[in-house]
Design a protein around this ligand. Structure first.
Ligand code: B1M
Length: 224
């Protein structure tokens, strides 16, 4: 299969939630290869993992988000798309993580309390790790206490907070205040679809990164 067609196929699998060949869902794609097999094939064909991520996976999730906003699909379909995206990501992980041998520093990351979205956070974690940092991933629904405990354990770390919901921007604001109260010198990066530079200034974080590479650039600027 041509590279372009293969990327379109992977996009389709993620958009419609075809995880792997054995998956019975969606019925129209029964028996066909899924995100799992096709991503493996794409890598074997030599397609750049960054191209798979940007041109297939992220584009697919944009379409999913758009359809969800328009009430054309609902949470279960969104969930199955996320599962398909994760199946693809399993194949891409080693490429993003293989960046460095010597660690440049430590990075604590978590999705803030009340928020269960972890695909973007996982991507940031993976790419930061690939850029040479030790990553302490606290997972999703992380509250102030958990961030603060982790900072106590890794005093030299830089901390990243992710939020995907407008409702959890409020948690992010509180967590930033709690962390800064306890550790005024700690550097905090925020990211996620609803946040921006203005919000960063409003809540007193140190950096807003729109994507994983921006987070890496900021981290590198601190350790340089
Ligand atoms: Co949710 N969801 N979701 N969802 N979901 C969104 C975010 C939404 C925009 C969909 C929509 O309405 N169009 C909407 C939020 C609306 C709003 O608040 N304005 C929404 C909603 C409403 C909900 C629920 C409330 C739905 C419901 O139950 N009624 C519910 C909330 C659950 C909760 O968290 N408490 C919910 C649930 C879910 C699923 C569980 C089904 C699933 C998540 C699965 C998972 O993560 N394991 C899901 C998904 C998949 C989505 C969409 C479709 C995709 C999100 C995603 O993974 N994008 C999303 C629509 C969309 O964004 N297109 C949507 C791909 C990912 C690579 O991008 O996370 O933005 P993103 O990360 C980017 C950047 O933002 C940045 O780097 C990443 C790569 O470029 N980044 C950082 C992120 N974190 C960073 C941190 C950094 C730096 C950069 O430094 C620290």
């Amino acid at each position: 299969m041509e590279n372009k067609d293969l990327l379109e196929k992977i996009l389709e699998c993620v958009e419609f939630g075809k995880v792997n060949k054995a998956a019975p869902f969606p019925p129209a794609m029964k028996g066909q290869d899924g995100a799992d097999e096709l991503t493996k094939l794409a890598i074997e064909q030599g397609i750049d993992p960054a191209e798979i991520l940007n041109d297939a996976l992220i584009r697919a999730m944009e379409k999913v988000g758009q359809k969800f906003s328009e009430k054309k699909i609902f949470v279960p379909q969104m969930l199955i798309s996320a599962k398909a995206m994760n199946a693809s990501m399993e194949h891409l992980k080693p490429y993003f993580q293989s960046g460095a041998v010597k660690r440049k520093g430590k990075f604590i990351i978590g999705t803030v309390s009340g928020d269960l979205h972890d695909i973007g956070k996982n991507l940031v974690a993976m790419i930061v790790e690939g850029a040479g940092y030790e990553v302490i991933d606290l997972g999703v629904d992380v509250n102030s206490q958990k961030f603060i405990q982790s900072i106590r354990d890794h005093r030299e770390a830089i901390v990243g907070l992710s939020a995907l919901l407008t409702t959890t921007m409020h948690s992010m604001k509180n967590i930033v205040a709690d962390i800064k109260n306890e550790f005024p010198d700690i550097k905090l990066i925020i990211g996620g679809a609803p946040v921006n530079e203005d919000f960063k200034n409003e809540i007193g974080a140190d950096n807003y990164s729109a994507d994983p590479q921006a987070a890496v650039n900021y981290l590198n600027s601190l350790v340089a």
